[in-house]
Design a protein around this ligand. Sequence first.
Ligand SMILES: *Cc1c(COP(=O)(O)O)cnc(C)c1O
Length: 420
Amino acid sequence: MESGGAFAGLHLKPSYHHHQLLRPPRTAAINLLPSSSSTDKRHLSPLPLKLQKQSHFASYSCNCSINDGSAFQVASPSSATPELADIDWDNLGFGIIPTDYMYVMKCYLDENFSKGALQRFGNIELNPSAGILNYGQGLFEGLKAYKRHDGNILLFRPEENALRMKMGAERICMPSPSVEQFVEAVKATVLANERWIPPPGKGSLYIRPLLMGSGSVLGVAPAPEYTFLIYVSPVGNYFKEGMAPINLVIETEMHRATPGGTGGVKTIGNYAAVLKAQSAAKAKGYSDVLYLDSVNKRYLEEVSSCNVFIVKGNLITTPATKGTILPGITRKSIIDVARSQGFQVEERHVSVDELLDADEVFCTGTAVVVSPVGSITHLGRRVTYGSDGVGRVSKQLYSALTSLQMGLATDNMGWTVELK
Ligand SMILES: *Cc1c(COP(=O)(O)O)cnc(C)c1O
């Protein structure tokens, strides 16, 4: 699941098992709305954004514009709370559940993005010679929106995702939306899909922005046209009945990233590269793989899509992000939260020896927030952490950060963005 993205590295509780992840629950609302099918040719032009059979929905103006530049109307609740989508909110996993709208914005190489619009969620059409299909010119992002008890919707540091997408776009020669365009597009997409945001405590709306070379290109070169797209899907909380520790295996043959490569950006190609080691690890019963640096082969890098931290006494250490490690927003936030709670935090080389000698180990990423590590296996030697695998520090940091993200604690950091 974020078998692209921050969902990875994760040990899925039985209820999230694989077959379920690939299929929406039986009750998924695929059929609640006339969704555009794979053959629907209308998807590239904006549709009248009006939800049907929803009399309680009224129109309101959104800050976005349609491709002809005129302001458009998007269906939105007339009251504070729209009717919730009819799905089983108590059994949300991490499978993709189609929602009502997606956001699409395009531009040509050497130009700037403008005039994005919401359209019905559905398949997109690409030329077979699109840059993303042939040469992997693509990036993704991942963030979440939480519904608060007062009806407010909270985003967590969305401008950080925007900045990270800009950095990644620069690395693989793509134009990117401005931070403001990115954040406004995220807001518009979340509001248009408000009825898919899980009720407080049931999960969150996972937001997946994509940036891709959609134009046609035959020789290796940047594509002539780019598409920025955002889709969303409701997801459950990873830890429903307390935190479940994951079991990692250190990969000693394959590497996730190399110096000078693209490990530090969220480009799609990084994820195909981890599938083989990850699948092998899962087949042996591990939750995921912990990668080592490709030069010395003894310093920790990260998990397939999570960052890693080790705890020893009052000291928390995590590998420094120097190009081969994805600079996680959860990682960065956990560092600040830990410091504010009196921990000493260091970003530097972390050796396997140090890892195996730690009091606690945990991973961070948007999907899990903080995922405690119960065991690490290195060259056949298995080291376990804590009595039940869930260390005090992991628990404390998870609780501090999720309280902030869900709006249960006062946000003294200024990280949350309120939507309404
Ligand atoms: C997305 C991702 C992370 C976590 O980043 P967050 O911003 O915390 O979600 C860590 N490692 C990799 C490889 C990732 O793709």
